[in-house]
Design a protein around this ligand. Structure first.
Ligand SMILES: [Zn+2]
Length: 70
């Protein structure tokens, strides 16, 4: 795989998943922590985690709503 493409216009990198893209794991983790912090008790906690996207090379948040063992 060679990346010869020039950067797309703007800072919004397009990702096939359509999810919010983070530049690195730290940014994604911080965002995840913020979400969990705002999560109200009594509500079903969404088990979320960060993962690196093989499509865009960025990081995304994923909720563990549906458990997919992988
Ligand atoms: Zn992605």
């Amino acid at each position: 795989m060679t990346r010869r493409r020039s950067r797309p216009r703007g800072h919004r990198a397009a990702c096939p998943t359509g999810k919010v893209r983070f530049r690195d794991r730290i940014a994604a983790t911080l965002a995840l922590a913020t979400i969990q912090r705002n999560d109200r008790p009594g509500r079903d906690k969404l088990e979320a985690r960060v993962y690196r996207c093989p499509s865009c090379g960025g990081w995304h948040l994923t909720s563990g709503k549906s458990r997919v063992a992988r």
